[in-house]
Design a protein around this ligand. Structure first.
Ligand code: F6R
Length: 608
């Protein structure tokens, strides 16, 4: 993963690089560093740990003067997260500095080749081969050296290059890792993500794989792999900087949880016109829709769980078999599919390596691909046949919240849209469900308003060894996401089970005081879930239940109840996930965890 940033302009580069790295820190936070050129000197500083350590070490950039530079925040792949392995890396002659996001797959053979030519390696990283290849190929023409180096690398990478012979000039190279150029006035930038750019300019260029750019204060030139200049479209970014800042909240995660009603509205409303769903960006004819004999949903992590939760609605409304498969499995499982398969792929970042590879595999086999993506212009958005954007705005906290719920609402929209195209819905039912959808952002707001007791409940939960999340039908899907949220930010072991499955094994783990979160929000199966709550209570478990408002039985069976607004049962996950997001947030907060940057994780998983 890692985040990279580069700046060339008239002002001091280091404060801009440090500011950019803070915005990219969600991508990795094992170590960080910057290299700034001042005349023919490269000032390099790097350190283990978070950006705050680097700010201290550089005295907020004062110790690394110069007006062009590159920066890096690391999520370790090759080598431990220490100062030596931190980026930027220097070439043996000290003339080049490189930052790198991705993995060079053929680094071992390149390293041996360079060693045989007398090069010495100080770190365990794959990046050091890149910077020494630059030195090796440099014969006074930086662009040629960049191209020759680029041609030798295999894998996925985005690079930033600085050379002491060319002050003020940077190169940025993209191959299968995200890289965006920011076009300013008298200053230009590159970064892994627009959040590091938007405070300086909203004009950006999305580089394609195989492209590279020369960046100076006066302008940027983009080249194809053969070094020919190419014309690139400048895109105006709609995100503003406030969207990428905490806005008074203690953590990005809490801010993003609270933003959900707004994000859901922004995603839903533009797609409903005169009582009909209009998906301009995904206009599939009724004939084409009828040609699909199965729908396959793929993604990783929470995005996969969003797909899993919405599968019920799509299948029920469209009456087409809907399968779900983890992208990391799908890419290698020789999937059976053809032009009659519709693939729905979900990704907040649009850059997840496994998800991207799964899409490439399915496209080869003839599937039509609809991508549900948050980041405009991201790799997965560009790969897909149709894109439905979630208008959630930037999601900075590593644990996704508004990314997940906006994915859900787009999937519900799609379910209704597809069912209509297939002729599977009476007009009255279509209108009823559409009205239910339109009510959801408000219902999510009401759910947030009802969660006031959660900080106290979280305090009482403390730090149990295990937690179990149980539910049936759509509730069981929400349990998967609830348990993931809990484990990733609080580090408490949390498992999700279909409530009916407990007695087939997991019930053996229940004992006096075990913490169970029981979802009884899917109203058609309420009685069944209530019986399961009784079973776990009988084994001494502490039960926090989620139930639709008006369901007083839950209060009788459980120790604590959070009531959520009663909605169309198929859409219940959109509200029932909210208390689970907040519960994990408050439990983690009580435990003093680093909520926005949980250990070992990174936001955008661009390695396999
Ligand atoms: C969990 C989480 C991850 C992501 C997963 C996919 O809170 O954020 O599980 O959902 O890594 O990421 P995207 O959606 O960017 O493809």
């Amino acid at each position: 993963m890692c985040g990279i940033v580069g700046f060339s302009g008239e002002q001091q580069a280091a404060p801009v690089l440090l500011d950019g790295l803070k915005k990219l820190e969600y991508r990795g936070y094992d170590s960080a560093g910057i290299a700034v050129s001042s005349g023919s000197t490269i000032n390099l500083m790097k350190t283990q740990g978070k950006i705050v350590n680097l700010c201290e070490k550089t005295k907020d950039g004062a110790l690394t003067p110069g007006t062009a530079g590159i920066g890096h925040t690391r999520w370790a792949t090759h080598g431990a997260p220490n100062d030596t392995n931190a980026h930027p890396h220097l070439s043996n002659d000290g003339r080049f500095a490189v930052v790198h996001n991705g993995i060079v797959e053929n680094y071992a053979e390149l390293r041996e080749e360079l060693k045989s030519k007398g090069y010495v390696f100080l770190s365990e990283t794959d990046t050091e081969v890149i910077v020494n290849l630059l030195e090796y190929y440099y014969k006074g023409d930086l662009k040629q050296a960049v191209m020759k180096t680029f041609n030798r690398l295999e894998g996925a990478y985005a690079l930033g290059v600085l050379c002491s012979d060319c002050p003020g000039k940077l190169y940025a190279v993209k191959e299968a890792s995200p890289l965006i150029l920011g076009i300013g006035v008298g200053e230009n930038l590159f970064a892994s993500d627009v959040t590091a750019i938007v405070s300086y300019t909203k004009n950006v260029i999305y580089l394609e794989d195989g492209e590279f750019a020369e960046i100076t204060p006066a302008g940027v030139t983009v080249f194809d792999v053969a070094g020919r200049p190419i014309d690139k479209k400048i895109t105006r970014v709609s995100w503003d900087i406030e969207a990428a800042e905490k806005g008074g909240y203690e953590h990005f995660m809490l801010k993003e949880i609270m933003e959900q009603p707004h994000a859901l509205k922004a995603t839903l409303e533009p797609r409903i016109k005169d009582g009909r769903i209009v998906l301009d960006d995904c206009d599939i004819s009724p004939e084409k829709m009828k040609s699909f004999n199965k729908i396959l949903i793929t993604a990783c992590g929470s995005a996969y769980y969003a797909g899993y939760a919405a599968k019920y609605a799509i299948e029920k409304l469209c009456r087409i078999p809907v399968y779900t498969e983890l992208a990391s499995e799908l890419r290698y499982c020789d999937p059976i599919m053809d032009e009659h398969t519709l693939l729905i792929v979900l990704s907040q970042s649009g850059e997840t390596a496994d998800t991207k590879a799964a899409v490439e595999e399915c496209k080869k086999r003839g599937a039509t691909v609809i991508a549900i993506v948050n980041v405009v212009g991201s790799s997965i958005a560009r790969l897909a046949d149709h894109v439905l954007y979630t208008w959630a705005g930037p999601e900075i906290a590593v644990a996704t919240t508004k990314g997940y719920t906006t994915q859900l609402i787009v999937l519900y929209l799609f379910a209704l849209y597809a069912a209509d195209k297939l002729g599977r819905l009476e007009a009255v039912e279509y209108s009823r469900l559409l009205k239910e959808l339109e009510l959801l952002p408000g219902a999510v707001q009401r759910t947030l308003d009802r969660c006031r007791e959660l900080p106290e409940i979280a305090k009482a939960i403390g730090n149990p060894r295990d937690m179990f999340f149980i539910g049936r039908n759509v509730d069981s899907a929400v349990c998967l996401e609830g348990a993931l949220k809990m484990k990733e930010i609080s580090y408490i072991h949390a498992e999700a089970y279909g409530a009916g499955e407990l007695k087939h094994g997991p019930i053996a783990l229940l004992e006096e005081g075990t913490q169970v979160v029981a979802l009884a929000c899917y109203e058609p199966l309420l009685d069944k879930t209530m019986s399961n709550i009784k079973e776990v209570k009988a084994r001494g478990a502490e039960v926090l239940a989620l139930a639709p408002e008006g369901n007083r039985r839950a209060a009788a069976e459980a120790d604590e109840v959070i009531y959520i607004p009663s909605t169309e049962p198929l859409f219940a996950p959109l509200c029932s996930i909210i208390p689970l997001q907040l519960l994990s947030y408050y439990v983690a907060k009580e435990l003093g965890c680093d909520i926005d940057k949980p250990k070992n994780l990174a936001k955008s998983v661009t390695v396999e």
